[in-house]
Design a binder for this molecule. Structure first.
Ligand SMILES: Cc1cc2nc3c(=O)[nH]c(=O)nc-3n(C[C@H](O)[C@H](O)[C@H](O)COP(=O)(O)O)c2cc1C
Length: 172
């Protein structure tokens, strides 16, 4: 297991996979990391759908224009935001909380030597409809993203995004 800073700085969107399957133990660790995220008033307004079946992965790949890498992924996690469970039944808080969880999922995949990438469902109605149809997700639950996970083919690299001009130290 790598230290937190290496994992954070090495994380990158991985869109090129070998096609190998992902173990149940790895997926369990990744989901546990997702559930460890902070949420407003600790409401945990989410659900996670784990897909390993080739038929469903292919159906998602066919319907989602920017998720074609699913064809070689070993699995996908769909993070669902549930406004009815969020503080104040807030759509915004459900999405924010589920986004925190999604980042934990991406970091956990990196820590395990796997690759992952956030592909968008929310806020695009057509993409949410694709996920809803493939996975029987009801209208009051929001498929936030589809995260393909797999063994990296080794071509994707982290980007250096450090920009001092975006930092503002308060003067005292
Ligand atoms: C809200 C959101 C939506 C994204 N949607 C897609 C997507 O549909 N397909 C894709 O390949 N990458 C998608 N990405 C990944 C971004 O393109 C990627 O994070 C960005 O280019 C920075 O690269 P990095 O993740 O390697 O640091 C998305 C990321 C976020 C946060």
């Amino acid at each position: 297991m790598s230290d937190a800073f290496s994992v954070i700085h090495n994380r990158k969107s991985v869109r090129s996979f070998t096609g190998q399957s992902v173990s149940r133990d790895a997926l369990d660790k990744i989901i546990r990391a997702g559930m460890a995220a902070p949420t407003a008033v600790n409401k945990q307004p989410w659900a996670f759908i784990i897909v390993t079946g080739r038929k469903t992965l292919d159906a998602l790949a066919a319907g989602l224009p920017y998720a074609k890498m699913l064809d070689k992924a070993g699995a996908a996690i769909i993070v669902c935001a549930i406004p009815g469970m969020a503080y104040d039944k807030s759509l915004e808080l459900a999405v924010i909380d589920s986004t925190c969880s999604s980042e934990n999922i991406l970091l956990a995949a990196e820590a395990l030597g796997l690759g992952a990438v956030w592909t968008a469902a929310y806020p695009y109605k057509d993409r949410m409809d694709v996920a809803r149809k493939a996975l029987n997700i009801p209208q009051d639950i929001i498929p936030l993203n589809v995260i393909p996970i797999g063994h990296p083919a080794g071509t994707d690299r982290p980007k250096d995004k450090y920009k001092p001009e975006n930092i503002h130290w308060e003067k005292w």
